[in-house]
Design a binder for this molecule. Sequence first.
Ligand code: RB5
Length: 142
Amino acid sequence: MIGIAADHAGYELKGILIEYLREKGLEVKDFGTHSTDSMDYPDVAHPLAESIENGTCEWGIAICGTGNGISMTVNKHAGIRAALCWNSEIAALARQHNNANILSLPARFVSTEEALAMLKTFMETPFEGGRHQRRIDKIACC
Ligand code: RB5
């Protein structure tokens, strides 16, 4: 199960990514928002993060205008490593080096094509482990 959440700025992109994933036969849990009406990204970000922490979702996608607010929110959760990505190379490194479990996208600053390319890369790229696991183990501070 893949979780996805967006605020009003990411609502349209969220719909496109959900359609792409479902066409691939993947199960998607949509945490909202469900319109372009202005809303507060933490209201959808926390439920997404909790679903990954409790195992309901394997990994997720978080979208807001810049990608910053929603990734700041999900990264407050101990079990989350959200990576703000703006091109496919960074999306690949987020998996290879950071074992990111949330792809965070800036809807107002990437095209649909760029977002789909990042999603594809994120899904297909494995974690490299080794020295990167050692570094991830040092991230938690409290
Ligand atoms: C909404 O206008 C905008 O502030 C939000 O989508 C996001 O960019 C916040 O970080």
